[in-house]
Design a protein around this ligand. Structure first.
Ligand SMILES: Nc1ncnc2c1ncn2[C@@H]1O[C@H](COP(=O)(O)OP(=O)(O)OP(=O)(O)O)[C@@H](O)[C@H]1O
Length: 223
C-alpha cells in the first residue's frame, strides 16, 4: 500500500488504489480542462467525468433511456440525441429533479471512472470532477487540486466561451460551493488569475510535485 503516510491519506476512505489519485476541481470556467490537458501532455493519467457523463448519455445508452423515462421523452430529439440545455434547465432550479438525475448518472460515472482507473498506466491519475465537493467525492482521492479564479475573470471567460448571460453565469456560480470554501478544502491550488503561460507554468510545477509524491508512495511500498 502506498501513500498512507502523507497528510493526504486522511482522505483514503471508500477507495483503495495503488496509484496516487488527484481530484481536480474548480468553479465553472476556472481552467480545469486546460490544466487537465497540460498534465495529460506531461504523462498524467487523466479521467474526465464530464466526458464520461456525455458518453453515458449518447443515443442508445441505458442512462439516456432512464433520463427520458424520468424527465420526459421530449428531451430526446428526432436524431436520438439528448437536449442537454433543456435537461439542464429542468434540473437547475429543482433540487429534487437534480437528485434524481444524479441518481441515474453518478453510480454509472463512478463505475466507468474506476474501470478506466484500473486500466491506466501512468505515474499518477487525475480525476476531473467539477462538483467534487458538492457530491462528496473528495473522499475518493488522495489530494484535491483546485484551479482558482477570481469571480470577475470567471464571468468574463465563461461569457466569452458559452454565450450564457451574466445572470445565468451568476446563478450557476451561486449553485456551486463558494470560492472560499473550495480553497479551504484544497490541498494544492493553481492560481488562474493570470495569463495562460502563467497557468501552464504552475501546472508544470504541480506535475513535478505529484511525480515526487508518487515516487515516495512507491518507496514506502517497497520498504
Ligand atoms: N489564464 C487564462 N487566460 C485566458 N483564458 C483562459 C485562461 N485559462 C483558461 N482560459 C480559457 O477560459 C475558458 C475556460 O477554461 P477551461 O475550459 O479550461 O475551464 P473549465 O474549468 O474546464 O470549464 P468548465 O467548468 O466550463 O468545464 C477556455 O476557453 C480557456 O481557453
Amino acid at each position: 500500500m502506498g501513500f498512507l503516510l502523507n497528510a493526504s491519506a486522511r482522505r483514503r476512505t471508500d477507495s483503495d488504489h495503488e496509484m496516487l489519485l488527484i481530484g481536480l476541481t474548480g468553479g465553472i470556467g476556472s481552467g480545469k480542462s486546460t490544466v487537465a490537458d497540460a498534465l495529460a501532455a506531461r504523462g498524467a493519467g487523466v479521467i474526465d467525468t464530464d466526458v464520461i457523463a456525455r458518453e453515458l448519455t449518447e443515443p442508445e445508452q441505458p442512462a439516456l433511456a432512464e433520463i427520458a423515462a424520468t424527465f420526459g421523452a421530449d428531451l430526446i430529439g428526432p436524431d436520438g440525441r439528448l437536449d442537454r440545455d433543456a435537461l439542464r434547465m429542468q434540473v437547475f432550479s429543482d433540487p429534487d429533479a437534480r437528485t434524481r438525475l444524479e441518481g441515474i448518472l453518478h453510480p454509472r460515472i463512478k463505475d466507468r471512472m474506476l474501470e478506466r482507473l484500473a486500466a491506466l498506466d501512468a505515474p499518477y491519475a487525475v480525476l476531473v470532477i467539477p462538483l467534487l465537493f458538492e457530491t462528496n467525492q473528495h473522499t475518493l482521492v488522495d489530494r484535491v487540486l483546485v484551479v482558482d479564479i477570481p469571480e470577475g475573470a470567471q464571468r468574463e471567460r465563461v461569457r466569452r466561451r458559452s454565450g450564457l448571460t451574466l445572470g445565468e453565469i451568476d446563478r450557476i456560480v451561486a449553485s456551486q460551493i463558494s470560492r472560499e470554501e473550495r480553497l479551504a478544502l484544497a490541498d494544492d491550488i493553481l492560481d488562474n488569475s493570470g495569463d495562460l503561460p502563467a497557468l501552464l507554468a504552475q501546472a508544470e510545477r504541480i506535475h513535478l510535485k505529484y511525480i515526487d509524491l508518487a515516487e515516495d508512495g512507491k518507496d514506502r511500498e517497497v520498504r
